[in-house]
Write a protein that binds this ligand. Structure first.
Ligand code: PLP
Length: 406
C-alpha cells in the first residue's frame, strides 16, 4: 500500500518478522496440535511457545491464556461466559458508555436476555470515575467490564483503581485492552485484572487471532463447544499460524515498546500541535495527557467526518472518523456523544492513529494539505459557521459507507 497510513487503531500491517515466524506453520509444521504423532506435536510446541510469549507480555501464566478468533470473540466470551458461569450468583453487569461495540452490543444482547446492565458515564475527557463503579456494584453484580483505552479518543482509564474496587467487592473485572496490549505496559496482576481481551492485528500481528486472559480461579463458560480445546474453554482446531504470529507480535512488542512509545508520542504531539495551530475551530477529543501514545483525535467544526476522509483519501492519506453513515442516515459516535459533544460537533470527527512506520515528514505532509481541505469543505458546507445544526441533518449525500468497526 502506498500513501500515508494514519489508521493504526483500525488495524496495523503485519510485521515481516511475524509473517516469517508464521510461514513454517503453513508449510512444514501444519499438523493438528491435538494429534498424538510428531506432526501434531511440533504444531503443539509452536502454540506452547506462543502461549508463553503472550503470557510474558501481560505478566500472566501460560495456563491463563485462552486463544480466540479475535478481540471481539474474547469480549463476547468475557461477558457471556461470565454471565453463564455465575448465573446462580447474580444477574447484574456494569460497563461504561464508551465501550467498543464488541462489549456494548454484547451487553445489550445480555440485557435482552434478562440481565440487568448499568452503564457508567464518562467525563468530558472520556474518563470513568472509579467511585461511580463502586456505587454501581450491588449484591447482584457479577461483572464489571471497562475498557483499558478507548479506540476513538484514546483515553486511558484508571484500570488499577477500578480493579481494586472489584477485588474488594468480589466482582469479576474484565478489561478490553485491544488498543493497549503491545503498545503500552499491561500487567494483569499489578492492575487487578481478572479477564482481559487482546487482538493480534492491532499490534502488527495477523488478523483473526486474539486471546482472553482468564485469571486462575475465575470461572468462565465456553461459547464454542466441541472437542474441548483450550482446557474446555474454546473448542476448535487451533489457528496455529495465527497463534504463532500473535506470540511473535507479543515478543517483538515487549522488546521494542519503549522505542515505539517514544516514536509515536512524538508524531502524535506533532499532529495535535499542528492541527490546533493551523485549523481554526478544531479541538482535541479525549484526555490531554492520559491517552494512547498513537492517538490524535479531533473534532473539526462545520464539516463532517466522511467528507474529510474522502478528501484526505484523494491525497492518499488514510484516517478514520467516529461518524457512521449507514443507509443514508448519519449516526454520531456513541463515544463522542458520551463525552458531551453536541451532534453537529460529533459529526466532524477525525481520528489519526500513527504507528511504527510513520515519519515526521508524513505528519508535515498532512498538516500541509489538511487546512486547505477544511477551508474548501467549509466554503461549500450547508453547516458553515452560524448555520443551525438542524440544517445539517439530511443535508449531505454520502451513501454506502460502512460503519467503522475497529
Ligand atoms: C479492534 C477492537 C476490538 C475488536 O477486535 P477484533 O480482533 O478486530 O475483533 C475490540 N475492542 C477494541 C477496543 C478494539 O479497538
Amino acid at each position: 500500500m502506498k500513501g500515508i497510513y494514519f489508521d493504526h487503531a483500525a488495524t496495523t500491517p503485519t510485521r515481516p518478522e511475524v509473517v516469517q515466524a508464521m510461514l513454517p506453520y503453513y508449510q512444514e509444521k501444519w499438523g493438528n496440535p491435538s494429534s498424538l504423532h510428531s506432526s501434531g506435536q511440533e504444531a503443539g510446541e509452536g502454540m506452547q511457545e506462543a502461549r508463553r510469549q503472550v503470557a510474558d507480555l501481560l505478566g500472566a501464566y501460560p495456563e491463563e491464556i485462552v486463544f480466540t478468533g479475535s478481540g471481539t470473540e474474547a469480549d463476547n466470551q468475557a461477558l457471556i461466559g461470565t454471565s453463564i458461569a455465575l448465573e446462580k450468583k447474580g444477574r447484574h453487569i456494569i460497563t461504561s458508555a464508551i465501550e467498543h461495540h464488541a462489549v456494548l452490543h454484547t451487553a445489550e444482547f445480555l440485557e435482552r436476555h434478562g440481565l440487568e446492565v448499568t452503564t457508567i458515564p464518562v467525563d468530558s475527557t472520556g474518563l470513568v470515575d472509579p467511585d461511580d463503579v463502586r456505587a454501581a456494584i450491588t449484591d447482584e453484580s457479577i461483572l464489571v467490564s471497562i475498557m483499558h483505552a478507548n479506540n476513538e479518543i484514546g483515553t486511558i482509564q484508571p484500570i488499577k483503581e477500578i480493579g481494586a474496587i472489584c477485588r474488594e467487592r468480589e466482582v469479576v473485572f474484565h478489561t478490553d485492552a485491544v488498543q493497549t496490549v503491545g503498545h503500552v505496559p499491561v500487567d494483569v496482576r499489578a492492575m487487578n485484572i481478572d479477564l482481559l481481551s487482546l487482538s493480534a492485528h492491532k499490534f502488527y500481528g495477523p488478523k483473526g487471532a486474539g486471546a482472553l486472559f482468564v485469571r486462575k480461579g475465575v470461572r468462565i463458560a465456553p461459547l464454542i463447544h466441541g472437542g474441548g480445546h483450550e482446557r474446555g474453554r474454546r473448542s476448535s482446531t487451533e489457528n496455529v499460524p495465527g497463534i504463532v504470529g500473535l506470540g511473535e507480535a507479543c515478543r517483538l512488542a515487549g522488546e521494542e515498546m519503549e522505542w515505539e512509545i517514544e516514536h509515536t508520542t512524538g508524531l502524535r504531539d506533532r499532529l495535535i500541535e499542528g492541527m490546533l495551530a493551523k485549523v481554526p475551530d478544531s479541538m482535541l477529543t479525549g484526555h490531554p495527557t492520559q491517552r494512547l501514545p498513537n492517538n490524535a483525535s479531533f473534532c473539526v467544526r462545520y464539516i463532517e467526518g466522511e467528507s474529510m476522509l474522502l478528501n484526505l483519501d484523494f491525497e492518499h492519506i488514510y484516517g478514520s472518523s467516529g461518524s457512521a453513515c449507514t443507509s443514508g442516515s448519519l449516526e454520531a459516535s456513541h463515544v463522542l456523544l458520551a463525552i458531551g459533544l453536541p451532534h453537529d460537533v460529533a459529526h466532524g470527527s477525525l481520528r489519526l492513529s500513527v504507528g511504527r512506520g510513520n515519519t515526521a515528514e508524513e505528519v508535515d505532509r498532512f498538516l500541509e494539505v489538511f487546512p486547505a481541505i477544511v477551508e474548501r469543505l467549509r466554503a461549500m458546507s450547508p453547516i458553515s459557521a452560524g448555520r443551525p445544526a438542524s440544517e445539517f441533518e439530511g443535508g449531505h449525500d454520502l451513501h454506502g459507507h460502512e460503519e467503522t468497526h475497529e
